[in-house]
Design a protein around this ligand. Structure first.
Ligand code: EPZ
Length: 430
């Protein structure tokens, strides 16, 4: 298993290209189940999760072609992926695949919409919380599906097709909103989705669906109004830049000091994160080419932050903020409101010398003057990158084990950081 070795202490200076968003690319790939035409996605990040979803979709009969790099094309540009679901060969998503990546459960909605039936494994346990799928199932039932749970699988049928409905979610769920939207676009009649998640990735999927012929109003708002159509066509769509990758590298620079352009980043998608970083004393400037992050010598000020659905502070940046605040000049309070168990990084950060105390859903982070390198364990995607942030500022060597978590969501992380002066390398095997 690969490991990442970091020798801390270097400031970051230069340019980091931001990749396409994992959490937009995955549902966009799933959207291809809805049409016999070809969906061509560009700026697709090269990530383990994308490769795994390719396998899952191929299992359903989708023909996938990834175009090679063209002459003169920058190695950091994403892939172009052509997905064609001429026919759905299999409406079952098996446990072996769904249990490895929760987002693959989202095939339920499009399979039902296109084929009138789907058998999708329940995803099972998860390191960051219980993560039920009751709201996904409620949305499918509202749209007229009959749902049964048998042998760990959701068996869904809509013999006469899906029917438009009023779906009001009790709480905001990204996945349930994706599921409801992908199913409703081909249901018979009108659907209203209330309390929909308004994350930019949902907007990106909705915009792609519109290019395919879907009728959707209220995109980027919490109320989506959909008029069902009988068929969708192929389309071309470019994946939005990854806001969580952007926030993560912004915090890397905040931690080490220096001056970095996050190329192609969209500052508008990260207003809450950048607001917190500015309060902490970090320079953030939106520019035409991306976002410039800089800090020179100032001590970091502590902050008080609650995670919340978009446009609030994202749970996917919580671990990274905690690493950053571990060296602030005072005590920060960070409250996690989305997932009840998303604090696995706390004990690992403590191994580097961080002083963090948990009180229920809130972490009290007492800033320390110095972190010291140590071997640590990655536990989930965002937790593992928080260890990278801490390692960049820690004295001596930090060795991060179980790097496959990082590879799920960060493309060529060690190359991007090394190019700006960090001492980060990947050790193969071990
Ligand atoms: C998406 O997960 C993201 N995944 C997560 O990113 C992200 O942390 C999360 O949204 C919140 O922003 C992808 O986009 C692939 P939710 P999702 O449904 O859709 C509860 C990463 O690191 N809930 O919005 O699974 C749930 O338990 C990942 O890239 C129900 O109760 O999250 C949670 O408390 C990790 N019933 C809350 O809603 C349901 O049926 C929000 O979860 C569904 C969810």
């Amino acid at each position: 298993m690969d490991r990442i070795r970091i020798r801390g202490g270097n400031r970051l200076n230069g340019t980091i290209p931001i990749s396409g968003a994992k959490n937009a690319a995955l549902p966009l790939m799933i959207v291809s189940l809805l049409t016999p035409g070809t969906l061509s996605l560009s700026n697709v990040p090269r990530l383990a999760d994308v490769r795994l979803l390719q396998r899952i979709l191929q299992n359903h009969g989708i023909d996938i072609m990834v175009a090679g790099k063209r002459a003169g094309q920058n190695g950091m540009m994403g892939d172009v992926m052509h997905l064609t679901a001429r026919e759905i060969a299999d409406t079952t998503a098996p446990y072996e695949l769904v249990s490895r990546m929760r987002a693959s459960f989202w095939v339920l909605g499009p399979l039902l919409a296109r084929c009138g039936e789907a058998k999708v494994s329940l995803p099972g346990g998860c390191a960051i919380g219980t993560r039920p799928v009751d709201m996904h199932l409620m949305a499918m039932e509202k749209l007229g599906a009959e749902i049964a749970i048998e042998g760990g699988y959701v068996i869904a049928r809509a013999r006469k097709g899906l029917k438009g409905a009023h779906i009001a979610f009790d709480k905001v769920s990204v996945g349930a909103t994706h599921a409801a939207l992908m199913a409703a676009v081909m249901a018979d009649g009108d659907t209203v989705i209330e309390n929909a998640a308004a994350e930019p990735e949902i907007g990106d999927v909705a915009e792609c669906l519109v290019k395919m012929g879907a009728k959707i109003e209220g995109i980027h708002t919490p109320t989506l109004r959909i008029r069902g159509v009988t068929s969708l066509s192929g389309a071309e769509h470019s994946v939005i830049p990854d806001r969580i990758e952007t926030g993560t590298y912004a915090m890397c620079v905040g931690m080490t000091g220096g001056d970095v352009l996050l190329k192609d980043a969209n500052a508008g998608h990260l207003a809450a994160v950048f607001d917190v970083m500015r309060r902490a004393g970090i320079g953030v400037e939106a520019m035409n080419e991306g976002v410039r992050i800089h800090r020179n010598g100032h001590a970091l000020a502590p902050v008080k932050v609650d995670t919340s659905p978009y446009p609030g502070f994202p749970t996917d940046c919580q671990a990274q903020l905690m690493a950053l605040m571990s060296m602030a000049g005072g005590t920060s309070m960070i409250r996690e409101t989305i997932f009840e168990n998303r604090f696995m990084h706390v004990q690992e950060l403590a191994r580097l010398g961080a002083d963090i105390h948990l009180h229920g859903d809130t972490a009290e982070v007492r800033g320390v003057k110095k972190l010291t390198g140590a071997p640590v364990m990655a536990t989930d995607l965002r937790a593992s990158v928080s260890l990278v942030i801490a390692g960049l500022a820690a004295e001596g060597e930090t060795l991060i084990n179980r790097v496959y978590h990082l590879d799920r969501g960060f493309e060529t992380l060690e190359e991007k950081l090394s190019a700006c002066g960090a001492d980060v390398s990947r050790l193969a095997g071990g």
